[in-house]
Design a protein around this ligand. Structure first.
Ligand SMILES: *[C@@H]1O[C@H](CO)[C@@H](O)[C@H](O)[C@H]1NC(C)=O
Ligand SMILES: *[C@@H]1O[C@H](CO)[C@@H](O)[C@H](O)[C@H]1NC(C)=O
Ligand SMILES: *[C@@H]1O[C@H](CO)[C@@H](O)[C@H](O)[C@H]1NC(C)=O
Ligand SMILES: *[C@@H]1O[C@H](CO)[C@@H](O)[C@H](O)[C@H]1NC(C)=O
Ligand SMILES: *[C@@H]1O[C@H](CO)[C@@H](O)[C@H](O)[C@H]1NC(C)=O
Ligand SMILES: *[C@@H]1O[C@H](CO)[C@@H](O)[C@H](O)[C@H]1NC(C)=O
Ligand SMILES: *[C@@H]1O[C@H](CO)[C@@H](O)[C@H](O)[C@H]1NC(C)=O
Ligand SMILES: *[C@@H]1O[C@H](CO)[C@@H](O)[C@H](O)[C@H]1NC(C)=O
Ligand SMILES: *[C@@H]1O[C@H](CO)[C@@H](O)[C@H](O)[C@H]1NC(C)=O
Ligand SMILES: *[C@@H]1O[C@H](CO)[C@@H](O)[C@H](O)[C@H]1NC(C)=O
Ligand SMILES: *[C@@H]1O[C@H](CO)[C@@H](O)[C@H](O)[C@H]1NC(C)=O
Ligand SMILES: *[C@@H]1O[C@H](CO)[C@@H](O)[C@H](O)[C@H]1NC(C)=O
Length: 690
């Protein structure tokens, strides 16, 4: 009895150790995946918060050898490079024994290109004059002990750790127990507790989905670990206070470690459909409202950075408010911030001129070169701000305000199409007087935000492919550069235009290229890169021509994660917390897909399979009772009729439309449903399951 009691106690202690939240953070119940299955092997996230290096790299050509738990550095200048095998972030610790005096140096980097005695750049200043450098541990006598990186010097994102010895008396050091205590996703006891999943016949797409999800985990951080501002002039410091709560979503793991609402335009849907964790989002939005300026404008970035002067990021906070409320049904959050929201609406709508177009005066934006005047990207954002504002006003029971926002949206749509559409080119111009530049951002957002008709959708989707090279979409508004952030909007635009093969092509050529890159993290999505495939994103746009400054784990590039769920699997939330949803799969060249996500109402799951070839396919969907859905199933060879076994009942369906897409349409309630779709001339028996 006694001994088994002790055993149980030991086991309990051991379990707590294996599954723990970050330091003194309270766990929020994320103890395991909501949809466990074989797809879990795609997760880049380790289960445990404590991880060891996986490999040690040879110094001559950086090839991998296995790591056996001990690193031995003998003599002045000896060094070793450890590879965690994927992006990680947090506090490194180790134990050591040294037989003399000297210094141990530690340096970290995300990309293989910047391995060395100096860490990659992150502190915010020019990395050539103000390098991040390395940490040093001094040994003034032969000794042994334990070293842990101080909290404020946490490295938020890295894959490689370089250790080196400096000694004047020919010392040698033995290093053991190298451990990384992961600091991100601080409230999860089990880092694999995803509330969503995706699995398809395309291995590369599955990996891309999970790399976006993992990136968002690395961007969900303890609120007291933001980049320090003012920037430190040497080394780095991550002790900035980002907001309230236990966890908050920032732009990047290594940097900038600040809340950026525009980035959240991609990061939030991707996080919701994969991780299913919205506290980080709520805390990020709340801090933007808490720091609203007295004129109603919202900061471009959260504290301590508190960058100001961006109309587009101002609107992204407002759009993000709608997104968050849609996913969460947190109307309490909305009421608490409603006065601030309407003040934000007033200041931005006050910038609309007689032409009917917004005149941008807060000209900071994502890295596009030009912003200001009646820029088309900003006008697309205003359209979405107004149309989602109308929905939010309804939730607040302000019917009059809602119809006023709706009218403004309608008028703006007319003005945008009148002044900014370039009929000859089949795309929107950068502004009313510009003739040459047809930007990737505004054109993608126009389709995504429904400023267009179907003919425009087809023209834009086609026109956008003109920007592509072998490794992605080169953005005309940031020439020579590839932005997986803006491309995250573009892929959604292609899907909405019914052009799944195009969307999948861009996902594979851009995200696939990075995920396979021998020098990348092979586990996360990158902030941006150059058209020629080097990592010098924004080298000539505020990034000091310092390619090591690039973030290799940037949530704004996670668009494929939500897009694959929304458009390939086809499952999307359209009413509060999933009370309404759509299932509109697009097969591309895949033969099966399945996946799901969770809301406060329960689990949502779908699957489809085209194994019956061109003669048909089957689809299943399972959603909480009480919800209602619209199902739009792909046409068979463009036939307008199909035989469908719907929940076991045979019937003939004719084609219809939902929005701008055509297919076989059905409204269904919650619960489980099965559709087996066959060509009309097949005897139904043939396409029934055996
Ligand atoms: C562990 O690997 C290091 C080099 O990485 C080597 O020096 C050492 O001998 C190895 N130890 C054992 C026990 O294999
Ligand atoms: C990876 O980096 C190495 C060393 O910097 C370089 O030689 C190699 O070309 C890079 N690989 C790619 C695919 O860029
Ligand atoms: C280590 O020693 C160097 C001088 O050799 C000194 O500049 C540095 O401050 C010391 N670092 C620590 C952490 O004690
Ligand atoms: C430490 O040990 C190494 C051999 O492992 C030896 O070469 C070196 O001389 C020693 N240094 C001191 C200061 O004792
Ligand atoms: C429009 O915005 C620009 C700045 O982008 C500003 O200089 C100009 O005064 C504004 N025009 C009007 C009519 O408000
Ligand atoms: C219109 O857009 C072009 C291209 O981005 C830019 O060069 C020009 O300055 C813009 N015009 C105004 C008035 O802002
Ligand atoms: C898109 O706009 C049209 C009107 O221009 C409207 O009929 C349609 O419902 C909108 N679609 C969505 C999904 O909001
Ligand atoms: C890639 O493009 C950048 C910017 O134009 C240039 O500085 C760099 O040398 C190019 N690198 C290669 C490998 O072509
Ligand atoms: C949303 O929240 C409100 C108030 O908390 C509640 O009455 C309503 O049932 C919820 N709706 C859904 C779909 O969960
Ligand atoms: C789908 O097409 C892409 C690009 O053409 C190709 O790489 C992939 O292997 C194809 N997948 C299947 C399942 O045919
Ligand atoms: C759908 O088709 C696949 C492949 O033929 C089959 O394995 C699966 O059982 C079918 N599902 C349903 C619900 O018919
Ligand atoms: C659809 O088209 C393909 C190729 O054109 C053909 O092989 C197949 O039999 C057609 N299926 C139906 C149901 O018409």
């Amino acid at each position: 009895m006694w001994s088994s009691g002790v055993f149980a106690l030991l086991l309990a202690v051991w379990t707590v150790k294996a599954d723990s939240c970050w330091r003194d953070t309270a766990c929020d119940g994320h103890s395991g995946p909501a949809f466990p299955g074989t797809w879990d092997t795609y997760m880049y996230a380790p289960r445990s918060r404590d991880v060891e290096p996986r490999f040690i790299l040879t110094l001559d050509n950086l090839s991998s050898t296995s790591y056996n738990g001990t690193v031995y550095l003998d003599g002045n200048g000896a060094q070793a490079v450890l590879d965690f095998g994927r992006e990680v972030g947090g506090i490194t610790s180790l134990s050591y024994a040294i037989n003399g005096t000297g210094q141990l140096g530690l340096a970290w980097s995300e990309s293989k290109n910047y391995i060395g005695k100096m860490s990659d750049s992150s502190n915010g200043l020019n990395g050539y004059d103000h390098p991040d450098g390395h940490l040093i541990v001094n040994f003034t006598s032969s000794s042994s002990g334990f070293y842990e990186v101080p909290l404020e010097q946490m490295r938020g994102g890295f894959r490689y750790l370089t250790l080196f010895l400096l000694t004047t008396d020919d010392a040698a050091i033995e290093i053991n127990d190298i451990n990384l205590e992961i600091s991100f996703q601080p409230t999860w006891a089990n880092l694999q507790a995803y509330q969503g999943y995706f699995y398809s016949s395309d291995d590369m797409l599955n990996k891309i989905w999970y790399s976006g999800a993992y990136t968002l985990q690395t961007n969900s951080v303890p609120v007291n670990t933001g980049r320090r501002v003012p920037f430190v002039t040497s080394g780095w410091a991550n002790d900035g206070i980002l907001g309230n709560g236990s966890t908050i979503i920032v732009d990047g793991a290594k940097r900038d470690r600040a809340v950026w609402p525009g980035d959240m335009g991609i990061a939030v849907p991707a996080a919701f459909y994969s991780l299913g964790e919205l506290d980080s989002v709520k805390n990020a939005l709340q801090v933007m409202y808490d720091f609203q300026n007295s004129d109603g404008s919202l900061p471009e970035a959260g504290p301590p950075l508190l960058q100001q002067g961006s109309d587009t990021y101002h609107m992204w906070t407002m759009i993000g408010t709608w997104t968050y409320v849609l996913y969460s049904n947190d109307t309490g959050f909305l009421s608490n911030n409603w006065g601030r929201y309407t003040a934000a609406m007033n200041i931005v709508y006050g910038k609309v001129l007689d032409s009917g177009l917004l005149n941008v005066t807060g000209t900071r934006d994502w890295a596009r070169w030009q912003q200001g005047w009646n820029n088309s990207e900003a006008n697309m954002l205003l359209y979405k701000t107004l149309s989602t504002g109308a929905e939010l006003a309804n939730l607040m029971n302000e019917a009059e305000l809602s119809s006023s926002y709706e009218n403004r949206a309608r008028k703006l749509k007319t003005a945008i199409n009148k002044h900014l559409w370039d009929l000859d080119h089949g795309a929107f111009k950068d502004n009313a007087t510009e003739t040459m530049l047809h930007p990737q951002d505004a054109n993608s957002l126009a389709i995504l935000f429904n400023v267009t008709d179907s003919e425009q959708d087809q023209a834009i989707s086609e026109q956008l492919t003109g920007n592509w090279n072998a490794i992605g979409a080169v953005s005309p508004e940031l020439p020579g550069q590839i932005s997986p952030f803006i491309s995250s909007f573009e892929i959604q635009a292609h899907f909405l235009a019914g052009q799944a093969p195009r969307a999948l092509d861009l996902i594979r050529r851009s995200w696939g290229w990075y995920l396979n890159h021998e020098n990348g993290t092979q586990s996360t999505v990158i902030e941006g890169y150059l058209a020629n495939g080097t990592f010098g994103y924004r080298w000539n746009r505020g990034y000091y021509n310092d390619p090591s400054y690039t973030s290799h784990a940037h949530g704004w590039s996670a668009g494929p994660t939500s897009a694959l769920t929304n458009f390939v699997l086809g499952l999307t939330v359209t009413g509060l917390a999933g009370s309404e949803w759509t299932l509109m799969p697009q097969f591309g060249n895949l033969t099966f897909a399945e996946g799901g996500f969770s809301t406060s109402l329960g689990k949502f799951q779908a699957a489809w399979n085209t194994a019956q070839g061109n003669d048909g396919y089957n689809v299943t969907v399972s959603t909480p009772e009480g919800t209602s859905g619209t199902v739009l199933l792909p046409l068979l060879n463009n036939t307008t009729e199909a035989r469908v076994m719907f929940d076991g009942e045979a019937s003939t369906w004719t084609a219809g439309t939902v929005g701008k897409l055509r297919g076989y349409v059905k409204g269904v309630g919650g619960g489980n449903h099965t559709f087996i779709v066959c060509s009309p001339w097949k005897r139904l028996r043939k396409c029934s399951p055996k």
